[in-house]
Each structure stands twice: as C-alpha cells, then as structure tokens.
Ligand binder design. Structure first.
Ligand code: GDP
Length: 238
C-alpha cells in the first residue's frame, strides 16, 4: 500500500491538531451534539466503579497508537482532553467526559501495547470486555483503526465482545493523510466490505486529525446515536 508523509515521529503531537473549534455537523435539520462542551467527569479502573447508567454513552476504542487520543481531542476541539500515557500500566482506566447532561464520551483503554504484562492484558479484557458487552447505556462504539493496518486480531476480539449486543460500531480509519487519495479510498472500500461480513451494524469512514478531515461525518454519527438512544428511553415516570 502506498504511503505518504514522513515517519510518525516527525508528525505533530496530538495536542497540536486541535486548532480552532470543531466543525458543527448537522444531520438532517437538527443540530449536532456539542462535542466542544466535553468535560472530564470520572475515571474507573473496575466495572464495579461504573456510575449507574444514565445519559447515552459513546465509547472510543482502538489499538494503542491508532490515533484515538488525537481523534477525541480533534472532535472535541480540546487540546488535551484525552491524552495517552504510553506506560501500559497507567492506561487501564475508562475515562468519562460529560457533554452537559446530554451524553458521555467514554475513552476506553487502548490495546495491543508491545510487551504488556499478562495481568495488564487480562485486566483490559475484563474491563473493556464487560463494559462493551454489558453496559446498558452504551449507544455505540467509535473504533479507531490506523488506515494503514485496519482490522487487526485485537479489533476482531473487540467486535466479538460487541456482537451479542449488536451495538452499532463506527470505524474511523485514522491518519488517512498518510495514504494517497487512491489508497485511502481502496482501504475504505476493503474495510467496509470486510467489516460488513463480520459485523452488520457497522459503518466506516476516513479520518485525519492532522488534516482535520472526516470531523463532520464522525460528529453526525455520534449525534445520530445519542438521538436514537434518547428516543428509545421512555420519559421519566413511565
Ligand atoms: P492513541 O495511542 O490511539 O491515543 O494515539 P495518539 O492519538 O497518541 O496518536 C499516535 C501517534 O499517531 C502520534 O504520534 C500522533 O501524532 C499520530 N497521529 C494521530 N493522528 C494522526 C493523523 O491524523 N495523522 C498523522 N499523520 N498522524 C497522526
């Protein structure tokens, strides 16, 4: 696959991607959720610490280094809302960011760190596995995959945990700026077709934090999920 751009080291830090306010996407005639209002709410290390289910949650998952922190920061227009500690032991938290009282963005711990101790890997499996399989208020999962290496075995594992509940998954093929336009389109088609065979309720798009591409599409999807979840929830008192 043809790649563009220099080595990763020479790209800008995730913090630098977030210049200006996020574009507001509109899906249909209604307004998008206000991702710029995201504010840190709580971190949990164990599913027992999860707050009672309430407002719809949109979770962000992905292999370490897939560009998850950059994507969250870019979508919310915040410099360091999410930041990846590259020390595996320190990344085993689920971080909740509140969008007012409308919804939560949920940053799941990254997976696939090289040389990670078995107990850390097991902890990730239990924490993330249970969260995505059982969390009542989870409206959908935004799954980051490096556009140059989509659908890794660990991505398959995550999708397998999600499959019984059949929750919607939206894949961001990240760092799409590293591929030529043609290669990016080819990856998009291939991933879309591969994914549709293993996970029906999925959608895929190209995304670049560096070039700020794909923001409207991703925001529209998150908005759709939050709105659908709200429409499904019976009003209080019923
Ligand atoms: P995380 O571990 O999934 O949270 O990944 P990060 O957001 O920390 O990104 C991992 C690396 O990829 C960093 O070196 C980023 O600068 C780089 N990166 C993230 N998004 C992009 C992008 O859209 N384009 C390019 N070229 N590099 C990116």
């Amino acid at each position: 696959m043809k790649e563009k751009g220099g080595p990763e080291k020479r790209t800008r830090k995730p913090d630098d991607f977030t210049v200006g306010t996020p574009r507001v996407a509109s899906s249909g005639s209604s307004k998008a959720v206000n991702l710029a209002s995201a504010a840190f709410a709580i971190s949990v290390h164990d599913t027992a610490q999860l707050p009672p289910p309430g407002a719809p949650e949109v979770a962000f998952a992905g292999r370490s280094n897939a560009g998850k922190s950059s994507a969250i920061n870019t979508l919310t227009g915040r410099r360091r809302l999410a930041f990846a500690s590259k020390t595996p032991g320190r990344t085993q938290l689920i971080n909740f960011f509140a969008l007012g009282d409308a919804a939560y963005l949920v940053d799941l711990p990254g997976y696939g760190y090289a040389g990670v101790p078995l107990e850390v890997r097991k902890h990730w499996e239990v924490l993330v596995g249970r969260y995505v399989a059982e969390r009542e208020s989870l409206a959908g999962v935004v799954l980051m995959m490096d556009a140059r290496h989509p659908l890794t075995p660990l991505d398959h594992e995550l999708l397998a945990w999600l499959a019984p509940s059949n929750r919607p998954v939206h894949v961001l093929l990240t760092k799409s700026d590293k591929l030529s336009k043609q290669a990016a389109q080819r990856t998009l088609q291939q991933t879309r077709s591969g994914l549709s065979k293993i996970y029906g309720t999925s959608t895929v798009q190209l995304f670049s934090s560096l070039k700020r591409e794909g923001l409207s599409e991703a925001t529209a999807k998150i908005t759709e999920w939050v709105r659908d979840a709200k429409n499904k929830t019976p009003p209080k008192g019923e």
